[in-house]
Design a protein. Structure first.
Length: 131
């Protein structure tokens, strides 16, 4: 992967299986083998560990929070249940993805953000596609 692309993030447009648009999400790539990524994710896991121990937060919610805070950088065109724009703030993102109706959306974003091929230089991707 390209370090600059991974750090600056990539925008992903999310559509459901019938083509309805649900917004664009900017994510960074955190290489699971990178010391920097390990440090970021370790700090976030530690941040939410106390909430899990006290049962104030489930393990699933803590994992979601780690992803939202560590990987998700921004979003565009995200609407609430009343079709009102949702601003991108950590608290709003945690609430939005805490809704059972939006879990599939977070799974889609997570799959794209964890695919190293999405964080290549454009020239590198074009070269691979030629071969």
């Amino acid at each position: 992967y390209d370090d600059t692309t991974a750090e600056e993030g990539v925008w992903f447009e999310i559509h459901d299986p019938i083509g309805q648009y649900y917004g664009s999400f900017k994510c960074r790539y955190l290489d699971p083998y990178s010391p920097k990524s390990e440090l970021i994710m370790g700090r976030l896991r530690k941040k939410y560990a106390a909430a899990m121990r006290s049962k104030a937060m489930s393990e699933l919610d803590a994992g979601r929070a780690v992803f939202v805070e560590g990987v998700l950088m921004d979003w565009k065109d995200v609407l609430d249940e009343n079709d009102k724009p949702v601003p991108f703030k950590l608290a709003d993102a945690l609430e939005f993805f805490g809704d059972d109706d939006n879990r599939w959306l977070l799974n889609e974003i997570s799959a794209l953000a964890n695919d190293v091929m999405n964080f290549q230089k454009i020239a590198d991707v074009e070269e691979v596609e030629k071969n």
